[in-house]
Design a protein around this ligand. Sequence first.
Ligand code: ASP
Length: 411
Amino acid sequence: MWQWWTAIPLWRRVMAGLALGLITGLVLGPDAAALKPLGDLFLRAIKLLVAPLILVSIVSGITAMDHPGDLGRIGAKAVGLYMVTTVFAICIGLTVAVLIAPGDGLTLDTTTVPAEAPAAPRGIDVLTGLVPDNPFAALAEGNVLQIIVFAVLLGMALVVSGEAGRPLRALIDSGTAVMITLTAFIMEIAPFGVFALIAWVAGTQGPDIVLPLLKLVATVYGACLLHVALTYGGLVTVLARLNPLKFLGGITDAIAVGFSTASSSGTLPVTLRCTEENIGVSNPVASFVLPLGATVNMDGTALYQGVAAVFIAQAFGVDLAMGDYLTIIATATLAAVGSAGVPGAGLIMLTTVLTSVGLPLEGVAVIAGVDRLLDMGRTAVNITGDVSVTTVIAVSEDALDHEVFNASPEA
Ligand code: ASP
């Protein structure tokens, strides 16, 4: 039985978990909430990998690089591409929302308690905050950006230390190998975790909740699909010259786990695994560019914030001028960068976008009812965006193994 089970490729087992979870949730209804602890268990298990895995894999990635100085160029490419794709995502979201007009004809309940907009962080604080004053605290809190900075510094110091750094280098290389094995262990429970999380969402977010906002849900998902096809399809096909269906097939596990957990940071270990083992991106590039993306690149979140802002404007009868759209593009880009890769972060940051153009914050409470459903879609897009950019960079750096890529299944 065990052999039969493990002989099935993991992505098929995960997809089966997803499909069965959907059916189970629809059949059980709200009772499916009883399955949630199983999903939480899986989410906690993959999250436990994040901090140690990023640390050891970035350090061993850097020490394995022929020219660690290349990191600056790779980082600049990553930030540039991440920003461009995010702006594309919001523009697609805004265009689709204006065309479909999901908020037209909706009667909103404005008696709900208005949400409070969190204060936007100051740029200078964000920059100084990148450097951890205590790397152990950064690891304990799971502060991914600070862990990246510490790992890069440690990796550079190890390279420069030469002979003296050899024992620590060997220890970290061994740590990376062990963390990869641990990821593989934990992924064995992915089909069950995905099953439980999807059953919980399908059972608790029934038609009563979703139907009144169906047009909004359809608009967000439609815009997400368009962004994946146009922007990522373009990046992978035109810039990286790769088969986009094989690309999607290679990252199916990451998309399914991201979709069901609604956490791109939590999914990071799975994303790293798929990107290296199925797409064929070298460890130095993947281990550096992906964690950066999981923290700052949230295309799905930005797109969703664009759609949500237009939806709320339409529902409250507020006319948006051209200047307002430009403000939304700017603030949604920043809000997406500032959103953590955890469930619901994009909804909280939506308040800063609404405040920037004077839209009523009550709109947040209306969207909150279906937010989990929207969160699953935008998280899947966030992850696909991270891997697309990483793949393009890997091709440009001659750091992609085409044999590994060609062995991936087509989506
Ligand atoms: N849940 C999303 C993510 O983890 C962030 C968001 O809420 O938009 O990528």
